[in-house]
Design a protein around this ligand. Structure first.
Ligand SMILES: [Zn+2]
Length: 207
């Protein structure tokens, strides 16, 4: 059984720890959001819908393949699973995808439906490849919609044209970010959340 493998247990544990940290920081109020990690080239482990991300254990996850078929248990994955799958299909170097709903991310996504450009922050070095020399990071904002296949196609097209992106927002909804591992994706999530807080604070102080 997949749930008995060391890889599943290690990734589930890493995602549960990430969920606990994100919940403690208020980035995933109630049971929203979903986190995933790659098991191998064809399978990922993803949080089951409707669970408190601050209290996950090994039973809080589903294994799905990159066509969206559930390989464990009888629970249905969230429709948003396809927003994770498009990332894993796009690059074998993507090992984890995190989706959260913090207040600063949600507020900024409503204020800037045309997208954000984060510039002149020292912390941006955490989001760009080493040596890229990038001074700014674009954060696209996609309109919120229940049509997840259409949204997934939009995201996939955008990432194909801009492979340097480290994350995106869905308007009035939240952040998606990713990395080579759960730890790397979590570092990006922390960096984005810090920068979003700086953006919100700058706007407040500037009034
Ligand atoms: Zn969400």
């Amino acid at each position: 059984m997949i749930e008995e493998t060391l890889e599943f247990k290690a990734q589930a544990r890493a995602l549960a720890e990430a969920g606990h940290l994100c919940a403690m920081r208020g980035w995933i109020p109630t049971s929203v959001g979903h986190f995933s990690a790659r098991l191998n080239e064809k399978q990922i482990v993803i949080t089951a819908p409707g669970l408190d991300k601050g209290r996950l254990d090994d039973t809080g996850f589903l294994v799905v393949d990159l066509d969206g078929h559930v390989l464990t248990g009888d629970r249905e994955p969230a429709a948003e699973t396809f927003l994770h799958i498009v990332m894993y299909r796009r690059s074998p170097g993507i090992g984890a995808v995190l989706h959260s709903h913090s207040a600063p991310a949600t507020a900024l996504s409503r204020l800037r439906p045309e997208g954000l450009l984060l510039e002149d922050y020292e912390a941006l070095a955490q989001l760009s490849p080493p040596g890229s020399g990038a001074t700014g990071t674009a954060v696209p904002v996609f309109p919120n919609t229940p049509d997840i296949p259409q949204l997934a196609a939009q995201v996939d097209d955008c990432i194909a044209r801009h492979p340097e992106l480290a994350g995106y927002l869905i308007a009035g909804h939240g952040l998606y970010t990713w990395g080579v591992s759960v730890e790397a994706a979590l570092r990006r999530a922390e960096t984005f959340e810090f920068l979003f807080q700086c953006e919100v604070l700058s706007r407040t102080l500037d009034r």
